[in-house]
Design a protein around this ligand. Structure first.
Ligand SMILES: [Zn+2]
Length: 377
């Protein structure tokens, strides 16, 4: 048997190392390719953050803004998905709205990937899949999973402490890349603060009466299946919560704490006239108790560890074998949007927002997300 010389072995190792680096590099770069989203019949025009905020021109944080115009005048709703990209029921609810909704009265603005940079990477050392797929009658659709924070290639290094500019509140350094700790943002600030300022620019330019920022949290976190409302939005949120509970969709309500800064439900409400709201569904794919982290967990939301943790009363939501499938969580977002709008319309005559074609709670749960995803154009 022939034996390689030392330099021969070195070349083999070098070649293996380069191959691994190239494969990993291509995989990493693939996450910068955006998933296709089909603008449905209600979308009047597609814009970008940079159309509202010149400082976003050419920035990797620039992201599409879908504008719907109603047949009759009324109020305006701003819907944000993907503030935290791995909280995927927000992205998917936004996509279902973009692909299905028409507006009878008022206007709807949807930003499905508020933190576009966060869609280009996953959390290090957590073994997350980069993408997940949904079956539709026309074939499979794919979406990125992403991470809570902006990609460090777009904002680096993290400071030891993140000082929230508008309030002076001090947080742990990595929160400087957390969009939901950077509102109302700074046009001249660091990358994430600039994105936050651009989103507030959209909110103001479009005159949003009502803003909903869609989030998810892990089942062992207390703020879950919950609407968090700025004090001016509390009445709307209370009515919506009661309506959801009457429909046997358990939902709780929390007031936005006045001394916690950088969060959308606090800063949008303080820095504009919008009714600022945030909602949370339960995502086992993000939790610390989770077992194998694969696409099945992400989409089907079932995990034996969580069933066990539920038995030990460690969770803030019930958790059976059925788990919390993505379709159920998106259905919950649909019902939350529906009931918030109903509550808003009741109290704001002349500023009503009436959506048609918003996928129904029961239909999304029964038929699945694929039924409401359109063919790629
Ligand atoms: Zn979140």
């Amino acid at each position: 048997m022939s034996r390689l010389s030392a330099s021969g072995r070195a070349w083999v190792f070098l070649a293996l190392g380069l191959t691994a680096a190239i494969v990993a590099g291509l995989e990493f770069r693939a996450m910068h390719e955006p998933e296709p989203i089909t603008a449905g019949p209600g979308v009047a025009r597609m814009r970008a953050l940079s159309d509202y905020a010149a400082w976003m021109k050419g920035s990797p944080g620039d992201t599409p803004v879908y504008v719907f115009e109603g047949r009759e005048p009324g109020g305006t709703m701003l819907l944000l998905g993907g503030t935290h990209p791995q909280e995927i029921s927000g992205l998917m609810a936004a996509v279902l709205a973009i692909e299905n909704v028409t507006v009878a009265k008022g206007r709807l603005i949807v930003i499905p990937q508020a933190n576009r940079s966060g869609f280009t990477h996953t959390e290090p050392l957590e073994g997350f899949p980069h993408t997940f797929e949904i079956d539709t009658p026309q074939g499979r659709r794919w979406f990125r999973l992403g991470m809570r924070l902006a990609n460090p290639i777009h904002q680096w290094p993290d400071p030891d402490l993140h000082v929230h500019a508008a309030s002076g509140e001090v947080m742990v350094g990595l929160e400087s890349r957390n969009l939901n700790r950077n509102h109302p943002g700074q046009a001249e600030g660091r990358f994430t603060a600039r994105v936050a300022a651009a989103i507030l620019a959209v909110l103001k330019a479009e005159g949003a009466d009502l803003t909903l920022d869609l989030h998810e949290a892990y089942p062992e976190y207390p703020i879950i299946n919950m609407i968090v409302a700025h004090e001016r939005a509390f009445e709307i949120a209370t009515l919506a919560t009661m309506s959801l509970q009457a429909r046997k969709i358990p939902m709780d309500l929390m007031a936005s704490p006045k001394n916690l800064h950088g969060l959308s439900h606090r800063e949008f409400g303080d820095h504009s006239s919008t009714f600022a709201l945030l909602s949370e569904t339960a995502n086992p794919g993000m939790g610390r108790f989770r077992g194998r982290t694969d696409e099945a967990l992400v989409v089907e939301g079932q995990d034996a560890n969580y069933v066990r943790a539920s038995g030990l009363k460690r969770l803030f939501v019930p958790f059976s074998e059925k788990g919390h499938p993505l379709a159920d969580r998106v259905a919950r977002n649909m019902a939350t949007i529906e009931e918030l709008l109903a509550a808003h319309n009741e109290a704001n005559t002349g500023r009503e927002i009436v959506l048609e074609g918003l996928p129904d709670y029961d239909a999304v749960r029964l038929k699945g997300l694929g039924h409401f995803l359109k063919p790629i154009l």
